[in-house]
Design a protein around this ligand. Structure first.
Ligand SMILES: Cc1cc2nc3c(=O)[nH]c(=O)nc-3n(C[C@H](O)[C@H](O)[C@H](O)COP(=O)(O)OP(=O)(O)OC[C@H]3O[C@@H](n4cnc5c(N)ncnc54)[C@H](O)[C@@H]3O)c2cc1C
Length: 207
């Protein structure tokens, strides 16, 4: 019979959210166990400079920032482990997870911090410019600064697109939103907000 490990707090994911949770949980004597998944350190390990994180006056290399966060979490006792959570069962009073389809862990508390990933258009040119820092981005607050005083284009018309458009409109001379339907997918309040911003032009797909 396989043994079941019992823990107080289990954190799934080793990005900024996972390590932040780990720092707080370990300082609260919850003895967190953190599983890193297939991308130890999360998305920021794929970038060079992170300029918008408070406390790094000169910016910080994304990988270095995640190494720092991991060290900070370990300093307070977080048990950082390699492995992927492959199955969960949250139906009963005990939260159950399985690591790499083998080890079963029961935990009083689970923090799910498995992140998200940007959905790109899938064009070859897009991937080319993305990997060369050539003007394609999926994060206005991360990269908008580089396009200060320039014209930018946003593809999409959901809440996130409207949020990003409002942000860019403050720092760019003009923002053009490309909308593939005749109406916005965003909530009405968000759509109305971008419609009311003078330097945002909205282009709908012509049928
Ligand atoms: C190229 C690039 C540049 C960026 N630049 C900036 C920037 O300059 N400034 C900024 O603010 N933001 C930036 N971002 C966005 C930023 O990286 C994300 O907002 C942030 O990483 C989200 O943190 P997170 O902890 O929620 O998730 P993530 O960083 O996505 O981490 C998710 C974690 O969950 C783990 N995981 C997933 N599934 C499982 C599982 N089943 N079991 C165990 N673990 C699992 C993964 O291995 C990973 O460790 C950038 C993103 C990219 C891709």
């Amino acid at each position: 019979m396989s043994t079941i490990e019992k823990v107080k707090c289990l954190i799934i994911g080793s990005g900024p959210a996972g390590f932040t949770a780990a720092i707080y949980a370990s300082r609260a004597n919850m003895f967190p166990v953190l599983y890193q998944g297939i991308q130890p350190g999360g998305q920021l390990t794929t970038t060079t400079d992170v300029d918008n994180f408070p406390g790094y006056a000169k910016g910080v290399n994304g990988t270095q920032m995640m190494v720092d966060l991991e060290e900070q979490a370990k300093r307070f006792g977080t048990d950082v482990r390699s492995g992927m959570i492959t199955k969960v069962d949250f139906t009963g009073p005990v939260h159950k997870v399985w690591v790499d389809n083998k080890l079963e862990i029961h935990s009083d508390t689970i923090v799910i911090s498995t992140g998200a990933s940007a959905r790109y258009l899938g064009l070859d040119s897009e991937q080319h410019y993305l990997s060369n820092g050539g003007g394609v981005s999926a994060c206005a607050v991360c990269d908008g600064f580089f396009y200060k005083g320039q014209e930018t284009v946003i593809v999409g018309a959901g809440d996130s697109a409207c949020e990003e458009a409002s942000y860019l409109a403050n720092i760019c001379t003009k923002v053009t939103m490309l909308v593939r339907r005749d109406e916005f997918r965003a909530s009405k309040i968000m759509a109305d907000r971008v419609r009311g911003i003078e330097n945002i032009e909205i282009l709908h797909k012509q049928n």
